[in-house]
Ligand binder design. Structure first.
Ligand SMILES: O=P(O)(O)OC[C@H]1O[C@H](OP(=O)(O)OP(=O)(O)O)[C@H](O)[C@@H]1O
Ligand SMILES: NC(=O)CC[C@H](N)C(=O)O
Ligand SMILES: [Mg+2]
Length: 485
């Protein structure tokens, strides 16, 4: 996952894009970039690290213009450390395009070959986003007949992108001199939402972003989610046009957004992330009650931050006291999205500290939102024991992660997953817990979608079923062999 935002206004947008990226920082910490346009010229600043460290005043001054977009990256393809792969990507024809992408393409080998052989385009990195912008540019170029660009040409190009590209992609592009284009893959795997606020007497300032938190915190009205397969084009003068560009769109959003990635105060596809996490806690409590003798638990404890809503609900439903025994260092970011296992492991210790008084002699039920590599759970169980806990029961509000995630979350390799090829008692031994309880897949799905129009979720990392066509055993092996450096 990454965080993306695009804004069309009649006033300078650089600060608005920056502020939006700060609100989306939880979606990516590797690098960031902003591009703006003041008519025909595209201005761009990119840097490694988080938003607050990346832009200085002189960088912001170098980003004039009334249309802009921005990106915070959590790399899933290529390299997290390669500056060349920091987004936005730029191509000079047609017109000049910059693009930001949240997601991961699964037919990159075929696309790389086609772009070279048929389209005669050069790729300079191994980023899937560079592929995507070149496919879009190529299709747009093929549509243009005169010098001007019309809506049909824009939307037909997006239809062609849907035909050629497989995987997940929520994208925003600026076409210099023309407008802002946003589109979502035909399954709507990654999120994208449209908002606006009044500007002047008749017009609106428009925003497109990964999460509603970027809209609401800045006073934008949430208009709606961009539909799977849909494209939205906002002209320089603020007219908004949209069209369904996919042949068979079907909403299958990523379950992991609700489990971990998104901020709890966002609403995605009509589902409040916070409420989904509360319901995950409710269902988990039932499973805990079914498998654990209740006398075995004195307190319920979350692992800050993401498991808090679920843990509160587990405690309430079981009628057991909720205590916060792990104190979180607010200056350490999210550990799961850091690149490299050594850094992730070290950061769990830096991030969380166990308070002895909450553990000594007690039987603890620890609740986390998910267990992926087991980095957090191993350290946490160890810390709980060192702080004097008696029995440690570990529970996860998501089911075991047993399959690679190929749609925009960096868990490409089965051997990295602590649950891969193991039964639950074996995983418990691996993380050092006395008992281990996981959410059931069906309970996770019903907890997330309850009361919404969403009927299915992209949950391949839990059940091994991939919604797009190209994900074969051979592909997974290739991903494992060439995984992110
Ligand atoms: O099994 P693992 O590979 O360790 O991954 C799972 C853990 O990583 C995440 O926490 P993170 O520190 O990233 O963020 P948070 O503060 O939002 O919980 C998640 O909430 C789990 O705690
Ligand atoms: N997490 C993402 O959305 C990553 C986007 C893109 N695949 C990259 O690696 O840069
Ligand atoms: Mg966590």
């Amino acid at each position: 996952m990454c965080g993306i935002v695009g804004i069309v206004s009649s006033e300078p947008v650089n600060q608005l894009v920056y502020d939006s990226l700060l609100l989306l920082q939880h979606r990516g910490q590797d690098s960031t970039g902003i591009a703006t346009t003041d008519g025909n010229t595209l201005h761009m600043r990119k840097a490694a690290g988080q938003v607050r460290e990346a832009y200085r005043t002189r960088d912001m001054r170098a980003l004039p213009g009334t249309m802009g977009l921005g990106h915070v990256r959590y790399a899933t393809k290529g390299s997290a450390r390669n500056e060349e792969e920091t987004q936005p990507f730029y191509v000079n024809a047609p017109y000049g395009i910059v693009l930001v992408h949240n997601g991961n393409l699964t037919n990159t080998r075929e696309l790389t070959d086609e772009l070279y052989r048929v389209d005669r385009r050069h790729l300079n990195t191994t980023s899937d986003t560079e592929l995507l912008i070149n496919i879009l540019a190529n299709e747009l170029q093929a549509q243009i007949s005169g010098t001007d660009l019309d809506l049909d040409q824009v939307f037909t190009s997006v239809s062609r992108v849907h035909e050629r590209v497989e995987g997940s992609y929520a994208c925003i592009a600026l076409i210099a001199g023309h407008g802002l284009l946003a589109f979502r893959d035909p399954y709507g795997i990654r999120p994208l939402v449209l908002g606006r606020r009044p500007l002047g007497f008749v017009g609106f300032e428009w925003i497109v972003a990964s999460e509603t938190v970027a809209l609401e915190s800045q006073g934008y009205e949430v208009v709606r989610d961009i539909e799977p397969g849909e494209a939205v084009f906002i002209t320089r003068s603020g007219e908004m046009h949209s069209r369904q560009c996919a042949a068979n769109p079907r909403l299958v959003p990523c379950a992991f957004e609700y489990v971990y990635l998104a901020r709890p105060d966002s609403i995605m596809n009509g589902i409040s992330v916070y409420e989904a996490r509360l319901r995950l806690g409710d269902r988990l409590a039932d499973t805990v009650a079914a498998y654990t003798p209740m006398g075995d638990i004195d307190v319920v404890m979350p692992i800050p931050d993401s498991s808090r809503p679920a843990a509160m609900q587990v405690a309430q439903k079981l009628g057991i006291e909720y205590r916060e025994g792990f104190y979180k260092n607010r200056y350490v970011g999210r550990t799961f999205i850091m690149p490299g296992q050594a850094e992730r492991k070290k950061s769990v210790r830096q991030k969380l500290n166990a308070m002895g008084s909450e553990f000594r002699g007690k039987n603890i039920l620890i609740v986390d939102d998910s267990i992926v590599r087991g980095t957090t759970s191993r350290e946490i169980v160890d810390m709980a024991r060192a702080a004097g806990a008696n029995k440690v029961t570990f529970s996860s509000a998501a089911p075991p992660v047993r399959f690679p995630h190929v749609y925009g979350i960096n868990m490409p390799s089965r051997r990295e997953l602590v649950a891969y090829g193991k039964k639950i008692p074996e995983i418990a031994t691996e993380i050092g817990a006395d008992y281990l309880i996981y959410q059931e897949v069906a309970d996770m799905q019903s907890a997330i979608v309850q009361g919404s129009r969403v009927t299915d979720l992209e949950k391949s990392c839990f059940d091994g079923r991939y919604v797009t066509g190209t994900v074969t055993e051979e592909y997974l092996r290739w991903v494992e062999a060439t995984q992110l450096s």
